[in-house]
Design a protein around this ligand. Structure first.
Ligand SMILES: Cc1cc2nc3c(=O)[nH]c(=O)nc-3n(C[C@H](O)[C@H](O)[C@H](O)COP(=O)(O)O)c2cc1C
Length: 346
């Protein structure tokens, strides 16, 4: 019926430590809870008698057409959830007509994941201390003709995910990221905490448009625009990095305002319903990314599950647009949404 059903299935069928790793967040999970609460704090303001007999969810993201403003988020370790994990997600997203971001942390190579993709596809990059490894990864992504390079910038060090630790989750030490020949364990120790704005020029030199994933402030949004970045993803890594940061829906308006149309803004974190996507569009997002639900769907039925879950979300968005009085994502405006007053405000 909906994405929550996939979650219930995954909770029941996956090993408890693995589920805790997928589901949990950092610290007290304040940000993880805030992500959902923020979407729920938005009320929609529908317009009537618009004439919505020809609604489309189709739009473009960085110039490329998608059937809906949705992308499967980059998710490490998908091979632990289902056989062929990340490749199955790329195929499932393609079948649903939405975009997909291939993760660095996968058994499949960038070329294999690109071959499994069928539409908009980006490659997510972790930058390593060893510039040789990073160079090799980006060169592979460029050769595989990804549409963009997504640099994850909210993980100079790993957040402490207590729920996963408590449940006894241990990252598999033997899962090799084929593209690098190193285990995940080795790579985690190699992520470069020294990455800075100066490195963007080098990353841009490979010729792929750059997308920064994990921007939460107007200050960084402006810097991103000044550095010629193509898009930013307003994201707190699904509440898995710095606990206590703003919910992504709360950070979205200030980022949209700061970039003033100079680049595209996407958002992720707690997007579970078509109405969440409609609200994101109203707040100025070009598209959303969906993280955990993809993993639940992968656990339930592999590629078919991902295709079905993302199609469901697309259909929910179509219904939401029609009921909002919008014929397409472009028709959604800031006037279609309002923040519910906080309970403690008089
Ligand atoms: C299990 C798991 C693994 C993830 N792995 C990565 C990753 O390798 N790279 C990355 O940039 N983000 C990663 N993320 C963050 C997601 O891309 C995305 O930002 C987040 O899941 C969105 O929130 P949601 O799960 O509430 O939809 C991961 C998230 C989860 C839950």
């Amino acid at each position: 019926m909906n994405l929550a059903d996939y979650e219930a299935f995954a909770r029941e069928h996956l090993d408890a430590p693995l589920f805790a790793h997928l589901d949990g967040g950092a610290g007290d999970e304040r940000t993880l809870r805030a992500n959902r609460a923020a979407w729920e704090a938005l009320t929609l303001r529908p317009r009537v008698l618009v004439g919505v007999d020809d609604v489309t969810t189709a739009t473009t993201v960085l110039g490329r057409t998608v059937k809906a403003p949705i992308l499967a988020a980059p998710l490490g370790f998908q091979e632990l959830v289902a056989r062929g994990g990340a490749a199955a997600t790329m195929r499932g997203a393609a079948r649903a007509g939405v975009g997909a971001v291939a993760p660095t942390i996968s058994r499949a190579t960038p070329a294999e994941l690109a071959a499994a993709a069928g539409g908009l596809h980006w490659f997510q990059l972790y930058c390593f201390r060893d510039r040789g490894i990073t160079n090799e990864l980006v060169a592979q992504a460029a050769a595989a003709r990804y549409d963009a390079l997504v640099v994850t910038v909210d993980g100079p060090v790993l957040g402490r995910r207590e729920r996963a630790l408590r449940a006894g989750w241990e990252a598999p030490t033997d899962l090799v990221v084929t593209a690098t020949g190193l285990t995940v364990d080795e790579l985690n120790r190699l992520v470069d905490p020294g990455l800075s704005w100066r490195d963007l020029e080098w990353l841009a030199s490979f010729g792929l448009p750059l997308v920064l994933k994990g921007v939460l402030t107007r200050e960084d949004a402006r810097l991103a625009a000044d550095h010629g970045v193509g898009a930013v993803i307003v994201s707190n890594h699904g509440g898995r990095q710095l606990d206590g940061v703003a919910a992504s829906a709360e950070a979205l308006p200030e980022v949209v305002d700061a970039v003033a149309g100079r680049l595209e803004v996407l958002v992720d974190g707690g997007v579970r319903r078509g109405i969440d996507i409609a609200a994101a569009l109203a707040l100025g997002a070009r598209a959303v990314l969906v993280g955990r639900p993809v993993l639940w769907a992968l656990a339930a039925a592999g590629e078919d599950g991902v295709a079905a879950a993302l199609t469901l979300l697309r259909e929910e968005l179509a219904t939401a647009l029609a009921l909002l009085g919008c014929r397409s994502p472009e028709d959604v405006t800031p006037a279609h949404v309002a923040w519910r007053p906080r309970p403690d405000t008089p």
